[in-house]
Design a protein around this ligand. Structure first.
Ligand SMILES: C[S@@+](CC[C@H](N)C(=O)[O-])C[C@H]1O[C@@H](n2cnc3c(N)ncnc32)[C@H](O)[C@@H]1O
Length: 284
C-alpha cells in the first residue's frame, strides 16, 4: 500500500509516519465497508478503483497553511526578487509575469502571492511611468503588464476551498487591516476574497509526481510539500522545477526544506533569514 501511494503521488511514509497511513487506511476501509487491507488494495488497483484512490490520497495530504506564511521569505520575494524581475522584464519590454503555487492547499499562499505581486507592480509603475493611460478605477495590474498565477494541488477538496476564497477570523489572523480593506469583503462571519484579486489566479489540479507540469514560470512556490517526499522523489521534482522555470527563475521551498546536496542547477540566495533558490543560467 505504501508503494502504491508513493508511485501515485510521491508521498513517502517512513516508520515515523506509518501509523498515520494506517489510521487513514482504516477509515477508508470502514467507509468502503471492506474487511481487510488486501480487499481494499484490490479495489484500489482495479479499473473501478480510480475514484477511491483519489479519495485516499486526499485523506493522506496535510493541508496546513496560512496567509503570509514565513514573513522573512516573503520579504525577500516582495522587496528584492519581484523588484529585480520587474526591472529586467521592463528592460526587455516583456510585460508578462507567470507565478506558480505548487501545492497551494486552501489558497492562502497564492492569494498572498497575488497581493504582494499587485503591490510590487503598482510601486514599480509609480517609479517607472510607462506612458500608458491607466483606466479608472485603477486595475490591480496596470497595463501593459499581465499577471498569471497558477495555483495547483492534488486535493480537489483543498482546491474547491481555494477557489471559493472565503476565510474565517482565525484564518485571517495574519492578514493585516490594509490588506483586508483592499482585497476582502466581509460576508456574514467570513472574509471573501474580492473578484479582482481572484481573477489573477487560475486554480487547477496537478499531481507533482507526473512529468508534464506547467512551463515558463518566473517564480515557483512549492513550500511544505517536498517534506512529505523521500530524497529520490525530491531530486526528481527539483529537476522538473528547473525545467518549468524561465532562465534565472526562482524557486521557494518551505523553511524546513532545502535543496542543499540535491541539485547543481540552483544557487541559494538570502536576505536576513529569508531564503530562495535561483536557477543557474544555462542549466536545464
Ligand atoms: C502542508 S500543505 C502546504 C501549503 C502551502 N504551500 C504552504 O506552504 O502553506 C501541502 C500541500 O501539498 C499538496 N500535495 C501533496 N502531494 C502532492 C502532489 N503529489 N502533487 C500536488 N500537490 C501535492 C497537499 O494536498 C497539500 O495541500
Amino acid at each position: 500500500m505504501q508503494n502504491l501511494v508513493y508511485q501515485e503521488c510521491g508521498m513517502y511514509f517512513d516508520s515515523r509516519r506509518a501509523h498515520f497511513l494506517q489510521d487513514r487506511l482504516q477509515r477508508r476501509l470502514k467507509e468502503c465497508r471492506l474487511d481487510s487491507f488486501y480487499s481494499y488494495y484490490r479495489l484500489l488497483i482495479s479499473n473501478d478503483g480510480k475514484a477511491e484512490l483519489a479519495r485516499l490520497l486526499e485523506n493522506l495530504t496535510v493541508n496546513e497553511t496560512s496567509f503570509f506564511r514565513n514573513k522573512a521569505q516573503l520579504d525577500l520575494f516582495h522587496k528584492h526578487i519581484l523588484d529585480q524581475i520587474l526591472r529586467q522584464k521592463q528592460e526587455n519590454r516583456e510585460f508578462s509575469l507567470r507565478f506558480w503555487s505548487a501545492g497551494c492547499s486552501t489558497g492562502q499562499e497564492p492569494y498572498t502571492m497575488a497581493m504582494l505581486v499587485a503591490d510590487a507592480l503598482s510601486y514599480h509603475c509609480l517609479r517607472n511611468p510607462s506612458g500608458h493611460e491607466a483606466p479608472l478605477p485603477k486595475p490591480l495590474v496596470p497595463p501593459p503588464w499581465r499577471v498569471e498565477i497558477l495555483a495547483s494541488d492534488i486535493s480537489y477538496t483543498a482546491l474547491r476551498a481555494a477557489q471559493e476564497g472565503t476565510y474565517n477570523e482565525a484564518q485571517m489572523g495574519s492578514v493585516d487591516y490594509t490588506y483586508r480593506l483592499r482585497h476582502f469583503d466581509k460576508v456574514g462571519e467570513r472574509y471573501a476574497v474580492r473578484k479582482a484579486l481572484k481573477e489573477l489566479i487560475h486554480f487547477d489540479f496537478h499531481n507533482l509526481k507526473t512529468e508534464y507540469l506547467p512551463q515558463r514560470n518566473d517564480v515557483i512556490f512549492c513550500r511544505n510539500v517536498m517534506m512529505y517526499f523521500d530524497e529520490a522523489e525530491q531530486r526528481r521534482l527539483i529537476e522538473k522545477f528547473a525545467r518549468c522555470l524561465n532562465p534565472g527563475g526562482y524557486l521557494f521551498v518551505g523553511h524546513a526544506e532545502s535543496l542543499l546536496g540535491l541539485t547543481e542547477k540552483f544557487t541559494m540566495i538570502y536576505r536576513d533569514t529569508g531564503t530562495a533558490y535561483q536557477k543557474i543560467e544555462g542549466t536545464a
